[in-house]
Ligand binder design. Structure first.
Ligand code: ZN
Length: 508
């Protein structure tokens, strides 16, 4: 029986981190069936890749793909930078229950593989709302049941976003109780930590503790140090991770390669206590002069030392539903538009005005390149986007959604030599696969699922910028998902070969 696809003349970067080698790769149905120096048997389709790199499809362990997957099921932004699998439900936020969402994804004809975490914040919200108090034993029992159901539905583990409401109201001990449930079903814990600025070191300790006492692998997601007041603390955070690993705690990291983060203006620039409860409660606090003054004082500090990076120009609007003409404008611009000098004091007023108007998504330039590279070089760090599936040309998303994986290959491998090509590919493939327990993906080897990317290491690059984010990555010539070509010669194919991937408690 002939092969379905034969890739000839490849530089195989197999995902393990081993040096590349020259070989051909043969695919039949949805699997890799042979890799050898010179395959001469017939194939229905032969593609001479002419010495380009052939690597496993990239796996994004932190994706907000449910923003967009049902609008753009081809996930062009992801596929065109080599990503063949995305894992949803990060930052403590997932559908609860998970089963109907996964069923809907299963019936969707899509180009990309997708799986999910169950979110601690969403579980807490479902049981007790967004309130700032400890859970009762009965509420904890109900939350444990929801996490157990999530794991049985196919989650890869428990995600948290302890920075956000309601994660920020959650005591560590409560997270540990839920982490134990995820661990019992073979899942991992992955956390957007409580504080990535002033409290980054304490937050790393908390993340390690949750893994240690919860009895499961633990991951610091999109690890960064936010705010010029705290730059350099990645030396200490990496030391803590290394120390935990030395005593047997399975602690790991993922990261995106940008010196700006993205989240809502409210979560980033207002204190968490101001965001408790319903929108009406939030608005009432902003109307009360004394409370407003207190919010403003804290917001000025956040602008100065944390997400504001010390200057209102460092905060840029990604998307404002109430006024899309603000997309792409900085908080300094908006302050000026309101007839005020763009001081931090006045910028805090603009931030509160934005929250009063219904809120916007923002981009925050407040990360140092030194911390970024230090974290990237750490062997226990994998690559993840924290991105979504944008509608092409709409709003002003963080460029990570279009560029993350290509940027690591173009900027940090080719231009800066921060890591090797083989190590970069390992961080994008076998490492996240191993973390998720995906035993049949992430490495090029006969018997593995045929998620395969072909790219030119001399030209691969991200094109998306903060000013002009809607630009696809370049340098990928062919992307194969489950043995079917999803992308080639600059265009998406008609195939929709993506499948839903299920976690350890429900693996097919
Ligand atoms: Zn996050």
């Amino acid at each position: 029986m002939p092969f379905d696809i034969l890739l000839k003349n490849a530089r195989i970067v197999d995902g393990t981190g081993s040096p590349w080698y020259r070989a051909d790769l043969a695919i039949r149905h949805d699997s890799i069936v042979r890799i050898a120096f010179n395959i001469i048997e017939p194939a229905r389709r032969t593609i001479d890749v002419g010495g380009q790199v052939v690597a496993p499809g990239f796996i994004d362990i932190h994706s907000h793909a449910r923003r967009g997957i049902f609008d753009v099921p081809t996930a062009d932004n992801y596929i065109r930078m080599g990503v063949t699998t995305v894992i949803e439900g990060p930052d403590g936020s997932s559908p609860v229950p998970l089963a109907p969402f996964l069923a809907r994804l299963d019936s969707l004809k899509k180009s990309i593989n997708i799986g999910a975490f169950i979110g601690q914040g969403s579980v807490r919200s479902a049981v007790m709302g967004d309130v700032d108090r400890k859970a009762t034993p009965d509420e904890i029992a109900r939350m444990r049941t929801l996490v157990e159901q999530g794991m049985k539905d196919g989650a890869f583990g428990l995600s948290s976003g302890l920075f956000y409401v309601p994660g920020t109201f959650t005591p560590t001990e409560e997270v540990i109780e839920l982490a134990k449930v995820a661990g019992r079903f073979g899942g991992i814990y992955i956390s957007h930590m409580r504080d990535e600025a002033k409290g980054v070191v304490a937050s790393v300790k908390e993340t390690i503790r949750i893994g240690e006492e919860g009895g499961l692998p633990t991951q610091i997601t999109h690890h960064k140090v936010v705010g010029p007041g705290y730059w350099g603390q990645s030396v200490e955070t990496l030391r803590l991770v290394e120390e935990a690993r030395a005593r047997g705690v399975d602690a790991t990291i993922d990261q995106y390669p940008y010196t700006a983060s993205a989240t809502s203006i409210a979560a980033a620039l207002l204190p968490a206590w101001a965001l408790e409860g319903t929108n009406a409660a939030i608005q009432a606090r902003l109307k009360d002069p004394a409370t407003r003054a207190k919010i403003k004082t804290e917001s000025v500090q956040i602008l100065k030392l944390e997400r504001g990076g010390g200057d209102a120009k460092n905060v840029v609007i990604a998307h404002c539903a109430f006024d899309p003409t603000l997309d792409g404008r900085s908080l300094a611009d908006i302050t000026t538009l309101h007839g005020m000098e763009p001081t931090l004091d006045n910028a805090a007023e603009s931030a509160m005005w934005i929250v009063e108007k219904g809120g916007c998504q923002g981009i925050f330039h407040a990360i140092s390149e030194d911390d970024l590279v230090r974290i990237l070089r750490y062997p226990g760090t994998m690559i993840a986007t924290d991105g979504e599936i944008p509608i092409f040309g709409k709003s002003n998303p963080h460029p990570r959604s279009y560029g993350t994986f290509a940027r690591v290959l173009g900027v940090y491998v080719r231009e800066k030599h921060a890591i090797t090509l083989e190590d970069a590919v390992r961080k994008m493939t076998s490492y996240p696969a191993q973390r998720l327990g995906l035993a049949d993906r992430g490495v090029l080897r006969p018997g593995m699922k045929a998620d395969v990317v072909v790219f030119d290491p001399a030209t691969v690059r991200d094109k998306a910028t903060f000013e002009n984010p809607h630009q696809y990555a370049e340098g990928f010539s062919t992307v194969i998902v489950n043995g079917h070509v999803a992308f080639e010669r600059g265009a998406m194919s008609a195939a929709r070969p993506g499948v839903v991937l299920y976690g350890p408690a429900k693996q097919r």
